[in-house]
Design a protein around this ligand. Structure first.
Ligand SMILES: Nc1ncnc2c1ncn2[C@@H]1O[C@H](COP(=O)(O)OP(=O)(O)OP(=O)(O)O)[C@@H](O)[C@H]1O
Length: 557
């Protein structure tokens, strides 16, 4: 489905709606509640007619009390069932959205702010929850009781019924355009909410920068503007929704006045009993409330359609590869042939050729912006090439092999990304259940023994969002430890020594040389003093390989 089409909210959530059984349950409970509620005025009429002639039957009174209690119980159960259905629906939808977004193509995700995506997954879907829980139950009950009440009223007095119905339908007609305007407005409100969430997240995440650069006043200005914009949109919506109540009340009041005026006349001339009048009064609400709930459903459904359209654009983001579990194939050789890559109209890699590599330490160097990190992303399958191929074990890499490829690769990013999670969870990413001994070993191998001692060897220590528990260099080594925890054939390191002092850099290089005896280690570095340790140095320039030099080591590549 294209992002331009607005899917009906029903069509959009169809896949996540609960089983038919749940709907039948809701319908049965609502039907029961409606029948019980509709029986109350009839029994009340008999009781009042008895009281007006001075008699009183205890059985009728007890029956009426029982009906009221049972009606309340059935209504309660129907309401719980509706909430359960709404919550299950939104749970399924959110699960699909989260799963889709973590598997969507990296390049598309780069266009969105993570907080905005999070806000959309949670806030937009909440609109659908409202419609498919409370409103849906009210609608089902409303339609049932509307039809039943209409039948009873026509039987009691058809002329009066038609007059009252006319007043109520007039109210419903007035409400319709208000409801219809909700879809577009709600899209704007949700976008404004997502924008605000993104801005807040940026301000709070970079609060130190904001303080040091005295940008707090700038934040004030932007915050005031964004909050005002959100408030104005929400107020427009509130104005629309607030009209529904008074219009409904007006229609109800007009009906009531007509009902009382005509009934007084008929009671006086003896053609209507007090009991029938009371029943009519009670049933009037049975007509008005369903109409109000239908109006609310209609308005909220329009809002939900706006939310569904926004969420559909997220589900339209293409997947990076078909979902497949990783196979156990080892990577014995890696090569790049004629790689072309453009991002946002800019050519990043141009006919790049990388020699066939199988083990050893290869350093990739070159000026800033020459495409080294992008090359790593290509090797990891995060960026898809426009032309050319990555060859794994001498065969062109296919999208469906990505999971297998990644299962044999370990990546140490340029700016180590750490989760706000425990040390263990950060290190065992994608490898839950790894023994603590292996985690400690990876930390030792990455040269983090002193840090581990400082935190008392506590793998359950939670890292904060800003990861202040680690220095810049420690973060780099922590990212290396995360890579070393997993089994791999190829280790990709993006400037791993940039934040290390000489001693730690030397220690890291010794470790990499050791690994390179059996595995392929690709390392991006600007540090020429390390080149002598490499088996090969590849020099990149302007998205191409400028130079390739075998250095006097084992020359295993
Ligand atoms: N997702 C993207 N969207 C747009 N441009 C991108 C994207 N990723 C990388 N680029 C651009 O590609 C070019 C190469 O970036 P890359 O990070 O690969 O360079 P690099 O050689 O690793 O640089 P450095 O040594 O400074 O880390 C840069 O100009 C960058 O702006």
């Amino acid at each position: 489905m294209s992002s331009e089409t607005t899917p009906g909210a029903f069509r959009f959530v169809r896949a996540y709606l609960p089983e038919r059984r749940a709907f039948i349950g809701l319908l049965a409970l609502t039907l029961l509640a409606t029948v019980l509620e509709l029986s109350v005025p009839i029994v009340a009429r008999d009781l009042i007619d008895q009281l007006t002639v001075g008699s009183h039957d205890l059985v009728v009174t007890s029956f009426l009390a029982l009906l009221v209690i049972l009606a309340a119980l059935a209504e309660y159960l129907a309401s719980v069932q509706a909430s359960r259905m709404g919550l299950d629906t939104v749970k399924g939808l959110r699960f699909r959205l989260i799963g889709h977004l973590v598997r969507a193509q990296t390049i598309n995700l780069h266009q969105h702010h993570s907080s905005e995506l999070a806000a959309r997954v949670m806030a937009d879907s909440e609109e659908l929850n409202q419609v498919f829980s409370t409103d849906l139950a009210a609608l089902v009950g409303g339609v049932l009781s509307f039809v039943a009440v209409l039948g009873v009223l026509l039987w009691l007095d058809w002329r009066l019924t038609l007059v009252i119905l006319g007043c109520l339908l007039g109210g419903a007609i007035l409400i319709t355009p208000i409801a219809l305007s909700m879809s577009g407005l709600n899209k704007q409100i949700l976008q404004s909410y997502a924008d605000l969430t993104r801005q807040c997240s940026e301000w709070f995440r970079h609060h130190e920068l904001v303080k040091v650069y005295g940008a707090d006043h700038q934040v004030d200005v932007q915050a005031r503007q964004s909050l005002q914009q959100y408030r104005n949109l929400a107020l427009r919506e509130a104005r629309g929704l607030s009209l529904i109540g008074p219009i409904s009340n007006l229609a109800l009041m007009a009906s009531l006045i007509i009902l009382i005026a005509t009934s007084t006349y008929w009671i006086a001339d003896g053609s209507m009993t007090m009991g029938t009048f009371t029943a009519f009064l009670l049933y009037l609400f049975g007509l008005a409330f369903p109409l109000i709930s239908m109006g609310m459903f209609f308005a909220n459904y329009q809002k939900a359609c706006g939310a569904a359209a926004r969420l559909q654009t997220l589900l339209d983001l293409p997947f990076e590869s078909p979902l497949k579990t990783a196979a156990e194939d080892n990577i014995s050789a890696l090569q790049v042939q004629g790689a072309d890559l453009s991002l946002n109209g800019q050519r990043i890699l141009r006919q790049l050729q990388l020699p066939r590599m199988h083990k050893g330490l290869v350093i990739i160097s070159g000026p800033s912006g020459s495409g080294k990190t992008s090359l790593f992303r290509v090797l990891l399958g995060l960026y898809a090439l426009d032309k050319g191929e990555v060859r794994v074990n001498d065969v062109p890499l296919q999208a469906e092999q990505l999971a297998s490829l990644r299962a044999r690769m370990a990546w140490v990013e340029q700016e180590p990304a750490l989760f706000q999670a425990t040390v263990r969870d950060n290190l065992c990413l994608g490898q839950p259940g790894i023994a603590s001994e292996l985690v400690y070993q990876a930390l030792f191998e990455a040269g983090l023994e002193p840090w581990l001692t400082r935190i008392g060897g506590n793998l359950e220590l939670p890292l904060t969002e800003q990861n202040h528990q680690l220095s810049g260099g420690e973060k780099q080594r922590f990212a290396l430890a995360r890579a070393l925890v997993r089994p791999f054939d190829v280790l990709l390191l993006d400037e791993p020594t940039s934040a290390l002092d000489k001693a730690n850099a030397q220690q890291l290089m010794n470790k990499l040389r050791e690994i390179a005896k059996h595995k392929l280690v690709l390392m991006i570095s600007h540090d020429k003093s390390l080149f002598y340790l490499a088996d090969q140095v590849l020099q990149m320039e302007n998205g191409q390989l400028a130079e390739s030099a075998a250095v006097g080591r084992t020359a295993a590549v």
